[in-house]
Design a protein around this ligand. Structure first.
Ligand code: AMP
Length: 435
């Protein structure tokens, strides 16, 4: 199958041709025909599967085919959790719409609102926004959502994890009921199922399982190592294996900074991206990582979302996440759009419980690399142990306040505040029916 068989308009096909998209990814060939027909959609898919084009192309097609008279109005609203993802989706839309008279903008907190006000005054057709800043600009009268015909919630599970549910519901209340709505989420916990019942009308469900999307294409390995040896092992892998482009995950912002410092002491340049870094610093690090002048990027989970670097050769899990889905998402940063990649997981004496959860979720035992110089049978023997209480509770305490300045500024500790059994998993009961 190629894109021409999906009934997209010629300017879009020309743009895709230029960008180099030849074959639709599975989510694209599954979603686009139903979306063109105007159906609502519940999509279970992660970043890396090509889902941005899956929702953006039909929306662009519909807007281009039905131009409105008069000044530009916001006809499509795309909500997403982080500024990186908002910028990424906006960039993609700009690329796809290069031959169309359609304007898109990215709106997020943590930067001055002035330039965003200016773009809004000029008029946009598609708004890609994080919920906090959008709500702020709405309350100041800069945003009018009364012409929205298309609504997308992207990475909805993350938005809920980050405490955005109230903001989302306030925003939904300002959008016309007659619209096409799409909800994409890497996982479908109960809170997402509840939200989708409130905002979607008779939706088509599409699901790209992690197994078929990424895990199979990725060469995974597991290294048992004592916590105190993790630094040595990381340096060893980078110095000896000379991986081309490495994304290292750490559970905390402090952890990221420590790794960067230690690698520096070992003669390896690395940069960190996390919520305490300024937007400028993050963009600079990402630019260098993308263009190949930076070999090692260290990130928290939330900061890593929206990193659109297609040729990451290695993902290293320096800490194992306590949510198995996060592991699947992390390793999906390599092996994007079907390409292979290498994912290495370190497991220390305290992380056996997390490893068991991950292996259960991916339904496979990750092959153990016993040949590495820091291999620890002691760490391996702790696989059956429970994780220490202190570690399990990390990041589950505070609730994320709504604050436009902190959009995207969320450490992975917050992302670990999974909705399972938490406050977010309960139905708020304030939802609207679309009927
Ligand atoms: P996404 O899941 O939307 O973040 O997309 C993941 C990556 O795949 C991005 O770098 C896209 O540019 C790329 N991509 C999306 N669709 C296609 C396609 N049909 N062919 C080739 N690359 C694609």
């Amino acid at each position: 199958m190629d894109f021409t068989s999906l009934n997209l308009s010629p300017p879009l096909l020309d743009a895709l041709d230029e960008i180099g998209y030849v074959t639709p990814t599975p989510i694209q060939s599954q979603a686009i025909p139903d979306l063109i027909k105007g159906r609502d959609m519940l999509g279970c898919a992660q970043t890396g599967t090509g889902k941005t084009a899956a929702f953006a192309l039909p929306i662009l097609d519909a807007i281009a085919n039905n131009p409105l008279k008069g000044p530009r109005r916001i006809r499509a609203l795309i909500l997403c959790p982080t500024r990186e993802l908002a910028a990424q989706i906006h960039d993609n839309i700009e690329q796809y719409s290069r031959y169309l008279d359609i304007r898109s903008m990215a709106m997020f907190g943590g930067v001055s609102q002035r330039p965003q006000e200016k773009i809004l005054r000029r008029g946009v057709d598609i708004l890609v926004a994080t919920p906090g800043r959008l709500l702020d600009l709405m309350s100041q009268g800069y945003v009018n959502l009364s012409s929205v015909q298309f609504l997308v919630l992207d990475e909805a599970d993350r938005m809920l994890d980050m405490g955005f549910i109230r903001d989302i519901r306030k925003i939904l209340a300002q959008i016309p009921k007659k619209r096409q709505s799409l909800l994409f989420s890497a996982t479908i916990p109960r809170s997402i199922a509840d939200l989708s019942r409130d905002m979607l009308y008779n939706p088509v469900s599409v699901s790209i399982t992690p197994e078929s999307a990424t895990v199979e294409a990725i060469e995974q390995s597991l290294m048992f190592v004592m916590k105190s040896d993790k630094r040595g092992l990381l340096t060893h892998i980078i110095k000896v294996g000379r991986p081309e482009k490495v994304l290292v995950f750490s559970r905390t912002k402090h952890g990221c900074n420590r790794i960067v410092r230690q690698l520096g002491q070992d003669g390896i340049e690395a940069l960190a991206i996390h919520g305490n870094k300024s937007q400028g610093a993050r963009e600079k690090s990402l630019r260098r990582f993308r263009n190949g002048s930076l070999q090692v990027l260290v990130a928290t989970d939330v900061a890593s979302r929206g990193i659109d670097v297609s040729d990451i050769s290695h993902v290293i899990n320096l800490d194992l996440p306590n949510e198995p889905e996060v592991y699947v998402h992390r390793i999906g940063r390599t092996g994007r759009a079907g390409q292979g990649g290498i994912a290495i997981a370190f497991c220390d004496e305290n992380e056996g419980e997390y490893l068991r959860g991950i292996e259960k979720t991916i339904r496979q035992a990750i092959p153990v690399d016993e040949g590495q110089p820091f291999h620890s049978e002691k760490a391996r023997s702790c696989k059956g142990n429970k994780a220490p209480k202190k570690q399990q509770n990390r990041g589950r305490g505070r609730r994320q306040p709504r604050n436009n300045k902190s959009n995207g500024n969320h450490s992975n500790e917050k992302s670990n505040r999974q909705s399972k059994g938490g406050r977010n998993s309960r139905r708020s009961g304030r939802g609207r029916s679309r009927k």
